[in-house]
Design a protein around this ligand. Structure first.
Ligand code: F6P
Length: 546
């Protein structure tokens, strides 16, 4: 089963949306509340512990109807079938895209090339859970007989960002194991870490889908060398495990076969935290919590697969994003989680969203003549309010923003939670309602300012409002709700790729830099110099000290 193919800008719904946009672009979000008495009811979604409020977006109910037609015309339902059934929808790499199989209930068969993958998924998971239990219980000993108290994930990109973000997000659910993450090829990154850890009680996880990634292999080799400066070669078996699809390369690295956790090529790097790539998560929070993470994602998968578009959270989010990106010409989107636990969610989603949909060629191999991949950025609230919110409130750019908050805090925190929630709610109100000139003048008058001062200050204190936001109010941050939240964004990525008619699951755009880095490395380490442009040659010569 393959994906449908179309030129989005030639779809009827696209053209109707273009006409519709010209008719409603000057209408304000608040006007829609006046015109549509059932707006809140129609535009708020309730799913499990999620309340998703789309009503503060620059859309009328007619806009949503047209966007839903766009999804239909683009063949979304056929695409979803292909996605979930193991179709090779990553066509340029000839692979299926089945991270959803890793969190399915495990009862339905899912076939890749005629082979049901579920028994293998379950077997690998059992191996991972049994290993995690041994490490957590202290049963697994280091080479001097001590139990493990530290884990170090060595990986980059999808082999780092997801595990690091989730481990941090679920810190509350953590056990006695201290997790660390080494990703950057910059040697200072791992050197700083090595100062903090005890080799006798540390377990290193080398995580690389391909086991060819320069950064990961360089870090793994240097850390291995450091480890062997205080331990015999035979100790590698107790302190190094690997996660990869490339079993031959792991063997060459010297890791015992029983310490290898395989993964499949139908799991993309940026969607791999659900696989053995999530071993650090499983160790840090335990198999039960890891399983809950999978369950939450699985529940969101079923919601996405089985719910009509009108009530389908990831699909509606994707359609809104297309609306802003392609009709409003928004340049970026912000994601602001109101919890410090999710401070790295925006960075994690940057890889998921921008590596997936940052494509300029469509599924026919033709350059697109419309905008694709959205630029994502953000930080945790309320910190973000004191950093970049000025620009969102009063700047010249349209920045649709996702506000995410959990109704209950994890600790008993007095009135901190009310303060957090009040900020979270007030920001979306301020962004939509703004503050009129009349209100500003009245406030200044009440402060006793002169008429002249009021005239001078008023323009700076006015908020135009009408700035779109989507609110996610989730009951509580648990492994389950976190799994569902991440899966929600994964499916949003998928739907956008379908509408834009691009391949979301390859990442050829990262290859050229890697290739040239190898060439520059050999220039830096030898007397030769390959052909480069003048600017590059000057930089190489400078770094060589010439
Ligand atoms: O840089 C691109 C990339 O291929 C990502 O997609 C991937 O997550 C990362 O590199 C790491 O790859 P690997 O897990 O094979 O080391």
């Amino acid at each position: 089963m393959t994906l449908p193919n179309h030129k989005p800008t030639q779809l009827n719904a696209w053209n109707e949306l273009a006409t519709h946009f010209s008719q409603i672009q000057n209408q304000e979000i608040l006007d829609f509340f006046e015109l549509e008495k059932d707006r809140l009811e129609k535009l708020s979604l309730h799913w499990e512990d999620f309340y998703v409020d789309l009503s503060k977006n620059s859309v009328s109910q007619k806009t949503l109807e047209l966007l839903i037609n766009l999804a239909d015309e683009a063949g979304l339902s056929q695409a979803i079938k292909a996605y979930f059934s193991g179709g090779k929808i990553n066509e340029t790499e000839g692979r299926a895209v089945l991270h959803t199989a890793l969190r399915s209930k495990g009862t339905e068969a899912i076939a890749v090339e005629g082979q049901n993958v579920i028994p293998e998924v379950n077997a690998v998971k059992e191996k991972m859970y049994a290993f995690a239990e041994r490490v957590i219980s202290g049963d697994w000993k280091g080479h001097t007989g001590k139990s493990i108290d530290t884990i170090v994930n060595i990986g980059i990109g999808g082999s780092d960002l997801g595990p690091a973000m989730v481990t941090e997000a679920l810190e509350f659910y953590g056990n006695h194991l201290t997790p660390y993450f080494v990703s950057n090829v910059e040697g200072d990154h791992h050197q700083e870490l090595l100062k903090k850890i005890n080799p006798e009680t540390t377990l290193f996880l080398i995580v690389s889908k391909t086991f060819t990634t320069q950064e990961t292999l360089a870090n793994a080799n240097s850390i291995r060398k450091w480890f062997l400066s205080s331990a015999p070669e035979s100790a590698i078996a107790q302190h190094f495990v690997a996660v990869s699809t490339n079993l031959e390369k792991i063997d060459a690295f010297g890791i015992a076969p029983e310490n290898v956790f395989p993964m499949n090529d139908w799991v993309g790097g940026r969607f791999s935290l659900w696989s053995t790539v999530g071993l650090s998560i499983c160790l840090a929070v335990g198999p039960e919590n890891f399983e809950q993470l999978l369950q939450g994602a699985g529940a969101m998968d079923r919601h996405f697969r089985d719910t009509p578009v009108e009530k389908n959270i990831p699909t509606l989010l994707a359609l809104l994003s297309v609306w802003y990106n392609n009709f409003w010409q928004a340049e970026s989107e912000a994601i602001v989680p109101y919890t410090q636990y999710l401070r790295n969610l925006p960075a994690y989603l940057q890889q998921g969203i921008m590596e997936s949909n940052g494509k300029g060629v469509d599924r026919n191999g033709k350059a697109v003549d419309y905008q694709t991949g959205t630029i994502i950025w953000g930080a945790s609230g309320t910190n973000a309010q004191h950093a970049f919110f000025q620009l969102i409130h009063q700047g010249t750019k349209l920045i649709p923003t996702d506000f995410i908050c959990f109704q209950e805090s994890l600790h008993e925190t007095g009135d901190h939670q009310d303060k957090l929630l009040s900020n979270f709610i007030a920001q979306t109100e301020a962004l939509m309602c703004g503050k009129t000139e009349a209100v500003v003048r009245k406030e200044l008058e009440e402060k006793g300012l002169s008429a002249q001062e009021i005239d001078r200050l008023t323009p700076f204190k006015v908020f135009t409002g009408n700035r779109p936001t989507t609110t996610f109010l989730i009951q509580k941050l648990t492994p389950y709700t976190l799994g569902a939240l991440i899966a929600m964004y994964e499916h949003k990525i998928f739907v956008q790729g379908i509408i834009w008619n691009i391949y979301s699951y390859d990442q050829w755009g990262v290859e050229l830099g890697k290739q040239l880095a190898n060439s520059v490395l050999s220039d830096l380490q030898s007397d030769t110099l390959a052909a480069h442009d003048p600017s590059t040659i000057a930089l190489i010569e400078r770094c060589k000290g010439n």
